[in-house]
Design a protein around this ligand. Structure first.
Ligand SMILES: Nc1ncnc2c1ncn2[C@@H]1O[C@H](COP(=O)(O)O)[C@@H](OP(=O)(O)O)[C@H]1O
Ligand SMILES: [Mg+2]
Length: 353
């Protein structure tokens, strides 16, 4: 199967990074990390980026990575660097064979910093480029909510492999009955979902473990035929997408159920497994430029699960442009059968403004 090795390496790299982010999340929840509220996410971000890039470079040395973090500031902050290194050096997968596939542990602090620096690709529409967001949903991570470890392989501008590790989402679909679609966070061990997709091969999910990955089970967007029954997903943060526009669009579509607010690309995972129906991300600030790593994995996972993902003009998101999606044209993700109707409502509401 095409991209079999890439998928496995990506899944295991995300699993490995999530071991670290979960540890930091637990410490933060217990209040045992630094008083500086931003530091847990900084530690988690840098550490996860190092663990993922080292795994990619071990297997695919000539691939490039577009990563959210760069190590230059870290090189000057020796204390922070050694705090991160003390966590990173101990992270390994429970399954030795899987750990060996990733090249085993990172060998030194210098190697860790070098790995972080390799996330400096300019991106673009040529070649093999991995888009990496080590902790997407920073605000959710700090609030004790949802966050996601996100990794996608883009080849000549096209997303071929997408993986989302969502450590705080409930695994069992039966839990959805009691826990809504998982917006309520829990960091208990045994929770967490690993979503994955390969272009043309469908999307899957499986529990986010600490070791080997399985083929996962196929997931599908909801079979909704009447859009008025839909559950809409949106950001928690009002500054990231327009809740007012969402409410007007819901009204136009006859949707009466309250939207589910959730941080990070976990929203794409929820739509892909049919736990939520729609995800709307409508621009608040016209000058904000969306980053490719905030959408690449989720875009493929939803499309491979039978959904459609476009911007508000109806165009597919363009991942070949570099590190960004140029202008902030938002996101409309929905099951393919209702996407045209949703997009129409989005256009009507935005045009009337
Ligand atoms: N004004 C804005 N409009 C849209 N997205 C924004 C934004 N400001 C920040 N973001 C992005 O929104 C992401 C979180 O999205 P969500 O609200 O769905 O959780 C952030 O990712 P990080 O948390 O990785 O920085 C950040 O990249
Ligand atoms: Mg992000």
């Amino acid at each position: 199967m095409a991209y079999e090795k890439e998928l496995k390496v990506a899944q295991l790299a995300v699993v490995r990074a999530a071991i670290l982010t979960k540890a930091v999340f637990h410490e933060k929840a217990k209040g045992t990390v630094s008083k500086d509220d931003k530091s847990p996410v900084t530690i988690g971000d840098f550490g996860a980026q190092a663990l993922i890039i080292a795994a990619i470079k071990h297997n695919f040395p000539s691939d490039e990575v577009v990563g959210e973090e760069e190590a230059s500031s870290l090189r000057e902050q020796k204390d922070l660097s050694s705090t991160i290194w003390n966590l990173v050096k101990d992270v390994k997968l429970d399954d030795p064979e899987s750990d060996a596939l990733l090249g085993g542990p990172i060998k030194s602090e210098a190697e860790m910093l070098d790995a972080i620096d390799m996330g400096n690709s300019a991106g673009g529409d040529k070649g093999r480029i991995w888009a990496l967001d080590p902790i997407d949903g920073t605000k959710g991570f700090l609030r004790g909510g949802q966050y996601a470890v996100c990794l996608a392989l883009i080849v000549d501008g096209d997303v071929k492999v997408g993986v989302l590790g969502c450590p705080n989402l409930p695994v069992d679909d039966r839990e959805l009955l009691t826990e809504g679609i998982g917006a309520a966070a829990t960091d208990a061990e045994g929770k967490g979902v690993l979503f994955a997709a390969v272009q043309g091969q469908g999307a899957t999910s499986q529990p986010l473990t600490r070791g080997a990955v399985t083929p996962g089970h196929p997931i599908h967007v909801s079979q909704i035929s009447d859009v008025s029954e839909a559950v809409m997903c949106e950001s928690v943060e009002p500054g990231h997408s327009s809740k007012g526009d969402n409410a007007l669009i819901a009204q136009k579509l006859g949707i009466s159920r309250k939207p589910v607010q959730m941080d990070s690309q976990a929203k794409y995972g929820s739509v892909a497994r049919g736990a939520g129906d729609l995800y709307l991300r409508l621009p608040v600030r016209k000058d904000y430029v969306e980053k490719i790593w905030d959408h690449a994995a989720g875009d493929l996972i939803v499309r491979e699960a039978g959904g459609q993902v476009t911007d508000i003009t109806g165009s597919r998101l363009n991942f070949g442009l570099g590190r960004t999606l140029t202008e902030n044209k938002g996101v409309v993700a929905a099951p393919a059968n209702v996407h045209p109707q949703v997009l129409q409502a989005v256009r009507e509401v935005l045009d009337a403004k």
